[in-house]
Each structure stands twice: as structure tokens, then as C-alpha cells.
Design a protein around this ligand. Structure first.
Ligand code: PMT
Length: 393
């Protein structure tokens, strides 16, 4: 419920993507937002106002003069009560009107009369998007402080392929969430690790662990929303790349070590969330080990480099944050790790609570003491952790 308490005026204009605005409405409401919808006349040919009325529980605004507003100022009243106006889809015609201050219907009047931020998700044919007037208009909107979400690239309703299609509802929602997130890490470069590592024994087998990557991926997304440029070095997981994050896939601890050390000197903040294998197999068998060749194989292990400790020991280290997953004695073991690795902040969690699932319970240990956070989803904890890191570094 990251949009709890927010009121959003969704403007829908006349493009094929108008049908996706219904799903967008649903997703905004699911995040706790109150959504009000204003449609252009053209939009009503693609999707009926009743759909939005049913989804939002509010009247849908279509015409400038038809509303039962005592002072006849629907366009002013509406914009005063919302936190932002979001137009999705925004046609080339709509964008041209907004860029030039034309107010010839309810939606364009609302935009001109607003005193709240405006977000626009363009949707049009690729030639219309590339056309010089559209590009001029979009540049003008950006210069006016409007946030442009997309457009996406791919197959279009007309069958052509290129830039111009509206972003998917989930991507627009992400843009809205990011818009409302305070930019606590603006200008910072965050380097992170997440997920498990996989240490090969032979061509098919290996040593790994049950880290799903969820905690690290949630932190990467929260850092990106907070305005950081984020590079996520990820062990093998089956999660989508968080929006706005550069992802580097690695397999073993040695790969992770190389990928991190190549970037660590450029980072302002390093967060080690990965459950890195402490040991790897001294000599990986080239082929699959066979059961009938001399009984159980003796596997010799050698120690992996400690990535976090090495980053923290750099001459000019980034602000280093470690994680500690323990099955008992959380405070004692986490503090020991923090001191041994010489890092300012470590996040402790219990293995039975942290590994795998959607939720977690964490305790932060730093020079100022012990800070337990209430159990919550990994996304909610990630936001709190980013706030703590932003205050500390
Ligand atoms: O991925 P999820 O399913 O969401 O689970 C999240 C998590 C439980 C894996 C995560 O919250 C967590 O606790 N990660 C750290 C796991 C751990 O206990 O690591 P460790 O004690 O082996 O290492 C301590 C710190 O040193 C960690 O920051 C680790 O990334 C780092 N380390 C460890 C070994 C090594 N060779 N290099 C390292 O950088």
C-alpha cells in the first residue's frame, strides 16, 4: 500500500491503449491510492466511463459543462484535491495541447489549472512519436517540469514495431511510486550483491543455498527509487530486474568478487546482501561424476575471498553495509561480523525469518547502537533501510 493517502487524477485520452488505463486504475487503487478519472470525448470511444466508475467508485469526468458542481469550477476544484495528475495514455494531440497551454476540453483545462505535479505516459504510432513536432512538444513538457513515463518500444496496435507504445500498467505504476519517493540518495552510486552463489562440483552439481534474492532486489529497487544509480551483482535467482537498476549476473563467489572489485572504487555505497559461499571446490570435475567410479568422491574445499571485507579495506572505501543471517545469538554474531569486516553498519536477520520468503524481521547494528525494525515485507524494510543508510552515509 505504498500510495496510501494519495489522491490521483487519471486522465485518459483517445488511443487504443485506453483499455490498459482500467488495469492501471486497478493497480493504483491496490497500492492505496484514491483515483479520480477524467476522459476526453475520444477516449470514451475506446473504453466506457462506466468501467472507471465501477473501478474507482467515483463519477467519471468527461465533459466540461455537465457536472453538478455548485460553483461551476469543476476544473479548478478537481486539481486542488489531488496529489498529481497522471495522463495515460497521452496521445500526440493531447501532448501538443499540453505543451502549448491549450485548454479546450475538461482534461486540458484541468491540466492548465492545476497546482500539482503532472505525469504523462505517451502512446502513439512510432512515426507520430518520432515526428519533429511531437519531440518538440515532449521537450517543452520536460522543460516545464512534467515527468514523462516512457514510451515503451515494441509491437504497436498498427502492427509496426518501434518506440511509441504506452508502458505497461505495472511500469507506469512503478513510475508513479518512484515519483513519490523522496530522493534521499540522489547523485549516489550504489553497488550491491544479492542472491546465492553457486560453486560447481562437476558439470551439473554444485554447492549453493536458499537465498531467493528478494531482500537484495527489494533494496536495489528502493535505492533506485530514492534517486541512486544502482548496480546489482546478482547470483542465480529467478527474479525480474528491478526498474532502473543495472544488473550483472554472476554464478560463483569468484565471479561475484571480480564483478564487485571492478566497480567498488566508483561506488559511494556498497551493500552486501548476497549469501556468498564461504568455500568453493578446489578442483571442479570437467565431466559429471559417476556413482560407480570408486565410491563417494572426496571433495576438497578452499576458502572464497571475502568480498565485503575487501571492499571495506580499500584505501577510500564506499560506505559499507553488510548482512548477517544467523540461526541464534543474532546480536553477538552480527556485531562480531561487523567488527571483523570493519564496516559501519550490519543488518542482522534470523535464517528462519529472512531466507526465501516475502517478509523479514531485521535488526540494525551500527556505531550508534542497536535498531530493531518491526517485522514487515522485504519491500517495506528495504525502504526503511535506505532511509537509515541515507542518514548514516
Ligand atoms: O535472498 P533472500 O531469500 O531474500 O534472503 C535474504 C538473506 C537472508 C540472504 C539476507 O538478508 C542475508 O542475511 N544475507 C547475508 C547472509 C549471510 O549471513 O552472510 P554471511 O554471514 O556469510 O556474510 C556476512 C556478510 O559478508 C554479508 O553481507 C555477505 O554478503 C558478505 N560476504 C560473505 C562472504 C563472502 N565470501 N563475501 C562476502 O561479501
Amino acid at each position: 500500500m505504498e500510495l496510501q493517502g494519495k489522491k490521483i487524477l487519471l486522465g485518459v485520452t483517445g488511443g487504443v491503449a485506453a483499455y490498459k488505463a482500467a488495469e492501471l486504475t486497478r493497480q493504483l487503487i491496490k497500492q492505496g491510492a484514491q483515483v479520480y478519472v477524467a476522459m476526453t470525448e475520444a477516449a470514451t470511444h475506446f473504453v466506457g466511463p462506466v468501467t472507471f466508475q465501477a473501478l474507482t467508485g467515483h463519477n467519471v469526468y468527461c465533459k466540461q459543462w455537465e457536472h453538478d458542481v455548485s460553483n461551476g469550477m469543476a476544473h479548478i476544484d478537481l486539481t486542488r484535491m489531488v496529489d498529481c495528475i497522471l495522463i495515460a495514455p497521452a496521445t500526440a494531440n493531447c501532448i501538443a495541447k499540453l505543451a502549448n497551454g491549450i485548454a479546450d476540453d475538461l482534461l486540458s483545462s484541468l491540466v492548465l489549472a492545476r497546482d500539482c505535479p503532472l505525469l504523462v505516459a505517451p502512446a502513439m504510432n512510432k512515426q507520430m512519436w518520432q515526428a519533429a513536432p511531437t519531440q518538440r512538444n515532449v521537450a517543452q513538457l520536460r522543460a516545464d517540469g512534467v515527468t514523462i513515463l516512457g514510451p515503451g518500444v515494441g509491437e504497436q496496435a498498427c502492427g509496426e514495431i518501434g518506440a511509441g507504445r504506452m508502458l505497461e500498467p505495472a511500469e507506469i505504476l512503478e513510475g508513479v511510486l518512484s515519483f513519490f519517493t523522496p530522493k534521499l540518495l540522489a547523485g549516489k552510486r550504489v553497488l550491491m550483491t544479492a542472491g546465492p552463489t553457486f560453486e560447481s562440483i562437476d558439470a551439473v552439481r554444485g554447492i549453493t543455498n536458499l537465498s531467493s534474492g528478494r531482500m537484495g532486489y527489494a533494496l536495489a529497487l528502493a535505492a533506485a527509487r530514492a534517486g541512486a544509480s544502482v548496480t546489482l551483482v546478482s547470483g542465480p535467482v529467478s527474479l525480474p530486474t528491478p526498474a532502473g537498476v543495472e544488473r550483472i549476473d554472476v554464478k560463483s563467489a569468484s565471479d561475484m568478487h571480480a564483478a564487485v572489485m571492478a566497480r567498488a572504487t566508483d561506488a559511494n555505497i556498497f551493500i552486501g546482501v548476497a549469501a556468498v559461499a564461504d568455500y568453493r571446490v578446489a578442483e571442479m570435475a570437467e565431466h559429471k561424476l559417476k556413482k560407480d567410479e570408486g565410491g563417494p568422491p572426496a571433495i576438497q574445499l578452499i576458502e572464497n575471498p571475502d568480498i565485503l571485507a575487501e571492499v571495506a579495506a580499500l584505501p577510500k572505501p564506499p560506505f559499507c553495509v553488510g548482512f548477517a543471517a544467523e540461526s541464534r545469538n543474532l546480536e553477538e554474531y552480527a556485531q562480531k561480523k561487523r567488527l571483523k569486516k570493519k564496516i559501519p553498519l550490519i543488518v542482522g536477520n534470523l535464517i528462519q525469518e529472512g531466507f526465501g520468503g516475502e517478509d523479514n524481521r531485521v535488526v540494525l547494528f551500527d556505531d550508534h547502537g542497536v535498531h530493531p525494525l518491526a517485522p514487515a515485507s522485504k519491500s517495506a524494510l528495504a525502504r526503511q533501510l535506505i532511509e537509515h543508510i541515507a542518514r548514516s552515509c
